[in-house]
Design a protein around this ligand. Structure first.
Ligand SMILES: Cc1ncc(COP(=O)(O)O)c(C=O)c1O
Length: 459
């Protein structure tokens, strides 16, 4: 691997005046956050008001205080809950990590909150260097953006320009790609595109079904049929290596490599969406965890990065004018994103024996124990790294929602994924401790028992 670039923020953080001030500010803010507690009535009012502002109630009655530590987050009414979903992947290092907060406050004190592509600062520079280095030699260029959807939009534009006049995209059934008008069409969920104009340029192939020995052959046949029907018109296939929103369905290497190889033969771009997987599998990129580097043309990342980016091969470098926009990201977001990448490497999270791989095995053991005690309630477990899910009973949506609500009442935050079945998903912080894991699984078991009792289900 190439030499590690020097962090231009480091000298500032190392400067005693700055680091002491950052330390003092972070401590003062955290203390204040802990002390500012809403009464249960005021909390309920605030949650209801927030729902009115948004036009519908919050899915879960949650309002954070800003304080927390590790997997534990303090709500605005003073309750502390274990957060095993991390804002759907945002809190990769848990809550109020001091190291990340220090990086954030120093960056925030430099200039205005966001920075753009016209006047990039040192955070922009450092983050792009780190991303390029971790992505490997093939992916030569990177453009920063704010959300996963924006990174995916940039990726599609880059691909369409290069493959013009090809105008179709292949995606997996059950894919989630984001919520712009274009991405809502690729996302395989009719409810997410209700009322939107459709372009009709998305084609689907089945995702891997581990229970079907012919799964790879079936998906290859579907891809071949699309290639035969639209010769020269398919620009890319979008690979979501782990279908996060689709229920944490993990694609196997053989399956993905077979489809990627077919795309290569056919001159179709291999576009990997790592918005949710980034930083959550034993290597920083899931495509590297699965050894798929040789196939990949374009990759997008987001969520845990505290911003987003598209990385691509030199051959995909777009002509000027195609990709830009005012904002590249929040300055603090870029600084924290870069610090997260450094911490993942420096603190031993990456690699086959790194802390993420070890955590994956620890979580598997917890689930196995729960399955033994509640075989009726814990089904179809799947997961990789810090992403895990299971189907409670038969995954009937009301039952799953009841488990999520019961878990929250008992002090554990988890979330749904997929639709039928609706599964329970966890996106764990990489630094979750044994004690937190134990406490979370104990609560989950209690919640399942409560739902079994109230709905007359057998565990
Ligand atoms: C795989 C994948 N792609 C894209 C997105 C969209 O990212 P964002 O919500 O930041 O726009 C998500 C968000 O959940 C995602 O999981």
């Amino acid at each position: 691997m190439a030499r590690r670039p020097r962090n231009p923020l480091k000298p500032l953080l190392d400067c005693p005046r700055v680091s002491e001030a950052a330390e003092v500010l972070v401590a003062a803010v955290q203390d204040e956050c802990r002390e500012r507690v809403l009464s249960p009535e005021a909390y309920a009012r605030a949650v209801a008001e927030l729902g009115r502002h948004r036009g519908r109630p919050l899915f879960l009655p949650l309002l954070a205080s800003g304080a927390g530590r590790g997997a534990r987050v303090r709500l605005a009414d003073g309750r502390t809950v274990l957060d095993f979903i991390g804002g759907i992947g945002v809190y990769g290092f848990g809550h109020a990590d001091r190291d990340l907060l220090r990086a954030a406050v120093v960056a925030a004190a430099r200039d205005t909150a966001f920075q753009g592509h016209l006047l990039p600062g040192p955070e922009y520079h450092h983050l792009t260097r780190l991303l390029r280095r971790f992505a490997g030699r093939r992916l030569r260029h990177v453009w920063l953006s704010v959300s996963g959807a924006m990174a995916n939009e940039n990726a599609l534009k880059i691909i369409f320009q290069k493959h013009h006049p090809a105008d179709r995209i292949v995606a997996f059934e059950g894919a989630f790609a984001g919520r712009t008008t274009t991405l809502a069409e690729i996302t395989d969920k009719p409810g997410f595109r209700e009322g939107l104009p459709l372009r009709g340029n998305v084609l689907y192939v089945p995702f891997e079904d581990p229970s079907d020995p012919d799964s790879t052959a079936r998906s290859l046949a579907a891809l071949d049929a699309h290639l035969a029907r639209y010769p020269g018109r398919i620009a890319a296939m979008l690979f979501e290596i782990v279908q996060g929103e689709g229920g944490v369905r993990v694609g196997g290497r053989e399956f993905l490599a077979a489809l990627m190889a077919r795309c290569r033969e056919a001159g179709v771009a291999v576009f990997v969406d790592e918005v949710q997987t980034f930083g959550r599998t034993p290597e920083l990129f899931a495509f590297r965890t699965l050894g798929l580097e040789e196939y990949v043309d374009v990759v997008t990342v987001g969520k845990m990065l505290q911003g987003s980016a598209v990385l691509f091969r030199a051959a995909y470098n777009p002509r000027p004018g195609l990709v830009a926009g005012t904002f590249a990201g929040a300055t603090a977001g870029m600084a924290v994103g870069a610090r997260i990448l450094e911490k993942l490497e420096e603190e031993g999270y990456l690699g086959p024996e790194g802390r993420i791989a070890v955590l994956e095995r620890r979580v598997a053991r917890r689930f196995e124990a729960l399955e033994r005690r509640m075989p009726g309630a814990v089904r179809e477990r799947s997961g990789i790294g810090t992403m895990h899910a299971f189907t409670p009973w038969d995954g009937e949506p009301e039952t799953t929602r009841a488990v999520i609500r019961a878990a929250l009442e008992e002090g554990l935050l988890v979330f749904g994924a997929g639709s039928r079945p609706l599964r329970i998903r966890m996106l764990l912080p990489v630094n979750v401790t044994d004690e937190e894991l134990e406490a979370g699984f104990t609560i989950l078991e209690k919640a399942l028992a409560r739902v079994a009792e109230s709905r007359g289900l057998a565990c």
